[in-house]
Design a protein around this ligand. Sequence first.
Ligand code: SAH
Length: 350
Amino acid sequence: MKSFTKKDIRSLSLEDLRCFFTENKVQAFRGNQVYQWLWQKGIHSFEGMTNLSKSNRALLQEHFVINHIDIDHQQKSNDGTIKNAVKLYDNLVVESVLIPTATRTTACVSSQVGCSLDCKFCATAKIKRMRNLNADEIYDQVVAIDRQSRLYFDRPLSNIVFMGMGEPLMNYKNLINAIEKITQKDGLGMSPSRITVSTSGIPKIIMKMADDQVRFGLAVSLHSARQNVRAKLMPFAEKFPLNDLADAIKYWYDKTEKIVTYEYVVWKGINDSDEDINALLNFCKISPCKVNLIEYNPIGDHQFMQAEKNIIKAYEKALEAQRITVTVRRSRGKDIDAACGQLANKDMLV
Ligand code: SAH
């Protein structure tokens, strides 16, 4: 049974675990063994820690619980995408998605329950932010999706994108802790170059990431390089204007030499003019970058419509003429509301 009084053992660092054992007159290396059970083998019970004596297992049981996620239900798309409703220890639910292609299997992972930002085109924005996910809840989603990838597609997870529910940079500490466990040898041992964190663009934290010399990729949801247009689409951008975002991205590149990816949806009547294209070309001069033109995934309120194909082609051509890598992304999992911006656990929308 889960308890809210005992401490969640997964909030302890390796050093904390070693200390716990020494304080209880047990050799410190037992802490390493527990750490491996928790993070490498993903075990959810103390009884399963078979290289520990009965009394050590009882000691753990007495002091801790192991909170963990449960996959409540799954939906499968015609294109192979699997959307998981993930129940947390306090019964809140987030969504995580497995996206298979011929060459990759990608996990799209949530970082918050709901979202505190208010992007007008995003379904998650309609749920208020209820809380940040803990590092282990972020990590568990990756483990669960890795298992699904092996089960259904016979290969391990190849990539992770933080493009699920929430704004990862508003939960920075837990995000970084989770990525550490995902990339550590004692954890999942994945390469940080296969991980991308997507942000709506919080300048201060982008700069902090650069200072921290993180080794994963950065994607910024730009959608418009015109301040007034962007602020209408993403009202928080009033507080974090494009000029500050541009400075932060420049700083990021100078410190990390990593190319930033811009995510960009083209909407009819909103950002489909030559002025919009030129503003984007200008913005792209800040630092080396790539642009992903993402298909719009309707969220059911008819306010936004994908721009005409010829406009998207015009964006593509203009960017290519400046030698900027551009990809036009078709959405996956649309039939089960698992595509970008469609994650909104429908039970929470009342
Ligand atoms: N908060 C983060 C990550 C979550 S959203 C961020 O803003 O980047 C992941 C991506 O989906 C973002 O680029 C977001 O702008 C985009 N998105 C949101 N709603 C969308 C929709 N309805 N159609 C297409 N893309 C959408």
